[in-house]
Design a protein around this ligand. Sequence first.
Ligand SMILES: *Cc1c(COP(=O)(O)O)cnc(C)c1O
Length: 367
Amino acid sequence: MIQLFDPKAEYQDLKTEIDSAIAKTVSSGEFILGKNVYKLEQKIAKFVGVKYAISCASGTDALVIALGACGIKPGDEVVTSPFSFFATAEAIARIGAMPVFVDVDEQSYNIDPSEILKKISKKTTAVIPVHLYGTPAQIDEVEKIAKRYGLKIIEDGCQAFGAKFKGKSIGSFGDAGCFSFFPTKNLGAFGDGGMITTNDEKIANLAISLREHGRASSSKYENNLIGYNSRLDEIQAAVLLVKLKYLLKHNRARTRIAEYYKKEIGPFLKYQKQDPASSSAFHLFVVQSKSRNKIMDYLTARGIKTAVYYPKPLHLQKAFKYLGYKKGSMPVTEKISRELFAIPAHPYLSLKEIKYITETIVNFFKK
Ligand SMILES: *Cc1c(COP(=O)(O)O)cnc(C)c1O
């Protein structure tokens, strides 16, 4: 079976370096918020082009902590996309604020800036654009709206590490950017991990405090805020430091595969549209068809794994029933949640596999 992700192949490729980094960490006796973590934070700040990067225990925590550090309070309204992983809206609800969903653009599957304007109220204090599948949202338009209405921007870049918009890295646009190191993400750890990026010293300091029980910077046993235990550990940071060196190479491989698919499959299947001013991290290559189930079955029978991201929009999730959305309230999101599916596009696919996947899809349409 050709898989959607291949963390085993990546490990085999980088085994010598990773094994030695892990062994060194274990024998150092330093396990949480140590040398590796601080080095990783510096490297990622530089990579993203921001002043500060603050690690934490997951992408979800990065969102929760970033919202808190940006001063978003219970009762506030935070505008976001209903077409994302659950954690995006969950983080908003977790801090006591209210997720307000805005339908997505039919071509890019990302938040539609013109829809944001319709949902802004007196209580709106922030917007979370999601860079879905690694493809940047229309962040310049989101910035204009945020500026006009005095909203904070918290980027959900969990799927978009390494992506750029007009030459600037995702994670450097908003007041804060959030990344996930879940093992299958473009920069994946051997467990959970996350990162908050920001240029704002105050937000950075609040995030540093919140991730460790709201502690004061001066002392471990002075607590100024109610925070979290959300730290990155040294072993994960050691693994991430090795993988970060190969991130651009891997993202380039993903891009080459995506370009090949667009050319070969494009005449038969609609795919996620990228703004020419952006470069996607191509976390996933996602195509759209009304015959989704038939194509997926056809590919499965021929040894090609596919998957649906995401079959159920957030505004229709049971956990968000209290928000009062109904079927039909987000028509674009609901339509694409029935039609999209991802095909394998990870950097360890062989040319033979890429050709086989392409031919199989083309054969489906020609038969
Ligand atoms: C993965 C992901 C998250 C959550 O990250 P975790 O590290 O799994 O907590 C949030 N938002 C999006 C868009 C994601 O893809």
